[in-house]
Structure formats: structure tokens, C-alpha cells
Design a protein around this ligand. Structure first.
Ligand SMILES: CC(C)(COP(=O)(O)OP(=O)(O)OC[C@H]1O[C@@H](n2cnc3c(N)ncnc32)[C@H](O)[C@@H]1OP(=O)(O)O)[C@@H](O)C(=O)NCCC(=O)NCCS
Length: 205
């Protein structure tokens, strides 16, 4: 379902990613991130294993900004977020290869925890990006607010977590401002980008 909210800059819609608009997410990710996301990444969204939302702006707002970029006045996907549900503290505690961890790994991990943690979930942010010409408009904040609300309603999450490259000062400023804290540094987390080190950030709800 589309959700219309007001940002400081105008109306923005936040549709769930599905088969009718997954191509918008692919284009957005290609424009924002240095790595190419796999077919599997998009398949997981369509299978409902992960949840994504897009930020779509309508004209006339896009008309003025688009004059600087594409020249189009059509509705434009300017940002997106994708996240998955995990057992609580999975991001911090899992000792295996996090990038290839699947639902079986999560099940085993969960079954080893104390009872109070067995039923708790966290939301893990896989991607969050906004096109350069639409930054500083609270679009990422709006997307993150909305997805936390989705996960709270659907799964009853207690925490939000993510990995981020240690040199990404813009994203770090964004997440710290939102209320996240750095809880761990993981050397060599990323395989094909430099620096390979990651911070784990968490937000307690
Ligand atoms: C990080 C990112 C998603 C932020 O998107 P955004 O829509 O510009 O963020 P917001 O407008 O919601 O920012 C909210 C607050 O975060 C902080 N912030 C955002 N960008 C910042 C920057 N370049 N420098 C310092 N602080 C910044 C500010 O405190 C800002 O509030 P303010 O504008 O009132 O000062 C965007 O820069 C981006 O897509 N970066 C590339 C992709 C990426 O690194 N993603 C994160 C890892 S998955």
C-alpha cells in the first residue's frame, strides 16, 4: 500500500517494493552503491524474506530538481531502504559468514539463546540510499522511520542493527544523528572494497 507523508520538502510516497516496481530499486541501487546487488538480493524481497520501501516524489517538486539532472518531470524514485528480520543480537554475536547466513543459521542461533532472547527480533538494514541531488531533505530519515514502524507492527522488533564501512563518514553522521551507537568494529568484513573493515551500529527501541 502507498503511504503519503510530508517531508520538509513536499509530498513523498513510500510504496513497498514488489514485482511491479522492483526495477526502480535496481536502478536506485546501481546509482547509489559501488557494489552490484545480486539477483538473490531482489528475489528475497519478492519472496517476502526481506522488506523494501521506495521514496517516490511527484511533480512539481521533481520538476525543479530534475531540471538539474534528468530534465524529466515524471514521478521519480529518489531513495530506497531494504531490511530483514533476524534473531535479536544476531548481527553482533553470529560467528559464521554473515554475508551468506541464511534462515537455517538464524534458526540454530536462535535455538541456542536463553528463552528471553528466543522470541525477540531485530531489524537488520541491508541497504539505505538516496540519490545525491535529493539528499539533506530527510528522505532517508523518513524511509527508516517507516520501515521501523513496519517491522515493529509485523514482528515486534526490539533493536535495529547494520554494518557499514568504517570510512563512510556521511552514513555514520546520519545514523549517529538518528540515535544509533557503534557497538563493534569488524576487521575484514567486506571482501571486495577498501577499506574492508565494518562498524556494527545498533539502535535500541
Ligand atoms: C546516508 C544517506 C542515506 C542520508 O540520506 P539523506 O536523505 O540525505 O539523510 P537525511 O536528510 O534524512 O539526514 C538526516 C540527518 O543526518 C545527518 N546527515 C545526513 N547527511 C549528512 C552529511 N552529508 N554530513 C553530515 N551529516 C549528515 C544530518 O544530521 C541530517 O540532519 P540535518 O539535515 O538536519 O542536519 C545518503 O547520504 C546516502 O544515500 N549515502 C550513500 C549511500 C550510503 O552510504 N548508505 C548508507 C549505508 S547502507
Amino acid at each position: 500500500m502507498d503511504v503519503a507523508v510530508e517531508t520538509v520538502s513536499g509530498p513523498i510516497k513510500l510504496p513497498r517494493v514488489g514485482s511491479d516496481n522492483v526495477d526502480f530499486l535496481q536502478r536506485l541501487n546501481s546509482a547509489v552503491f559501488p557494489v552490484k546487488y545480486s539477483f538473490q538480493f531482489y528475489k528475497q524481497i519478492l519472496a517476502g524474506e526481506t522488506i523494501g520501501r521506495l521514496a517516490v516524489l511527484d511533480p512539481p517538486f521533481t520538476a525543479s530538481r530534475a531540471a538539474m539532472s534528468s530534465g524529466s518531470s515524471a514521478p521519480e524514485c529518489v531513495g530506497a531502504i531494504v531490511a530483514r528480520r533476524q534473531p535479536y543480537d544476531f548481527t553482533q554475536s553470529y560467528k559464521g559468514n554473515f554475508n551468506t547466513a541464511d534462515s537455517d543459521d538464524m534458526y540454530i542461533y536462535r535455538s541456542r539463546l536463553e528463552f528471553q532472547h528466543r522470541c525477540q527480533n531485530e531489524m537488520y538494514v541491508m541497504t539505505l540510499g538516496v540519490l545525491p541531488q535529493y539528499r539533506h531533505l530527510r528522505i532517508a530519515t523518513t524511509l527508516l522511520d517507516r520501515l521501523i514502524s513496519d517491522f515493529s507492527q509485523i514482528y515486534g522488533i526490539h533493536q535495529v542493527s547494520l554494518h557499514m564501512q568504517t570510512n563512510n563518514s556521511v552514513a555514520l553522521a546520519f545514523y549517529l544523528r538518528y540515535g544509533f551507537k557503534i557497538v563493534k568494529t569488524v576487521p575484514g568484513y567486506y571482501k571486495n572494497i577498501d577499506p574492508p573493515d565494518a562498524y556494527i551500529l545498533t539502535l535500541t527501541l
